[in-house]
Write a protein that binds this ligand. Structure first.
Ligand code: WQD
Length: 327
């Protein structure tokens, strides 16, 4: 049983590869290295460099490594960027997935785990988002993830491919400093960047209909997210033909202001945040009900927000030693 992980050289992918290996699974990474790094691929794990748009290269990789399961993480994931470049997002995230599924079904691969996103929900007006909450994505990025779920589900029903679409909520932290997210496109690293520049963190909008006026999100440690992929992979292998769609979150909402307060406490920087204008498209609250994942998978998140912030900060300091707070 060998799992091919597309995007396995990326931030989340590198954690999934290690979690699968720790569970005794054979893996091979398929990555175009556009944002991933070969240095993140563990020794002993083969790396095939290529795009999911290259059907022949994928077919060869599936055959060469006798792949029986695929975890598909490779995608463009900047919601803001997708508004300006929708065709690039549809090409990479939807056409790339279609090409991959063509190769997967031709090679009789049995199981397929798909990286989806809470972005499919758009602006849900509920306390806790369940998998039955209407999906009204607000960005082309979110649309491509929802369309991806449709492609995956329809292919599973037509061919018997066992599928699981995992809707990630807000991913943070690192299993080790060298695996930290090198990107600065989400709250925690964006606050780190401001503190490193000795500039105050920015709160994008403090007039939302939430307890402290700032947006509320559901943060999940990347190590817990990786374990959810292992659990889903093992469930699909044991129950062919399964079709799962699962929220991967912790069910706990944390506001931007709370997060920034905790980040500054962990980092030792005591710069008070400033309020900036709202960011277009930001929902006031997106918090998961993870009940279905807890029921369907042998999985339970183990890390809290403090673990996420602390591990992310250790990773940040490894790349930005100048960020350490002055005594
Ligand atoms: C969180 C909150 C910001 C920076 C992301 C991505 C996408 C998807 C879901 C996977 C928002 C606020 C941020 C700052 C701030 N994940 N903020 N000051 O937008 O919830 O969604 O996760 O598919 O990757 O879209 O995450 O970290 O960008 O923002 O006030 O300096 O923090 O406005 O309310 P988001 P985020």
């Amino acid at each position: 049983m060998t799992w091919l992980i597309t995007g396995g050289a990326g931030y989340i992918g590198a954690h999934v590869v290690r979690a699968l290996a720790a569970a005794g699974e054979q893996t091979v990474v398929y990555d175009d290295l556009s944002t991933g790094s070969a240095a993140r691929v563990p020794d002993g794990v083969p790396l095939v460099t290529g795009s999911t748009l290259d059907g022949e290269r994928i077919a060869r990789a599936l055959a060469d490594h006798e792949v029986t399961g695929v975890v598909h993480l490779a995608a463009k994931k900047q919601a803001g960027e997708s508004v300006a470049r929708p065709l690039r997002y549809y090409r990479e995230n939807v056409e790339g997935l279609r090409v991959l599924l063509d190769a997967v079904t031709a090679a009789d691969v049995a199981s397929f785990v798909f990286s989806s996103s809470a972005a499919v929900y758009g602006m849900p007006d509920v306390e806790l988002v369940t998998e039955d909450t209407p999906c009204l994505p607000m960005s082309p990025y979110g649309e491509t993830k929802l369309a991806g779920e449709w492609l995956v589900r329809a292919t599973g029903r037509a061919t018997g491919l066992a599928t699981a679409s995992l809707r990630y909520f807000n991913v943070a932290g690192a299993a080790s400093p060298d695996l930290a997210d090198p990107g600065v496109s989400n709250l925690i690293p964006m606050v780190f960047e401001r503190l490193t520049e000795h500039a105050p963190p920015r709160v994008f909008g403090a007039d939302y209909d939430t307890p402290d006026g700032t947006c509320v999100r559901d943060y999940i440690h990347v190590a817990d997210l990786a374990e959810a992929h292992v659990a889903a992979a093992q469930v699909l292998r044991s129950r062919p033909g399964r079709d799962l769609t699962l929220n991967i979150g912790r069910g706990e909402g944390v506001s931007v202001r709370e997060m920034i307060d905790r980040v500054t406490a962990v980092t030792g920087h005591d710069l008070a945040p400033v309020t900036a204008p709202r960011r277009p498209g930001d929902p006031a609250r997106v918090v998961a009900s993870a009940d279905r994942a807890l029921t369907e998978l042998p999985w339970k998140p183990r890390h809290d927000v403090q673990d996420m912030i602390r591990s992310a900060w250790e990773g940040w300091l490894r790349l930005h030693p100048e960020a350490a707070a002055r005594p």
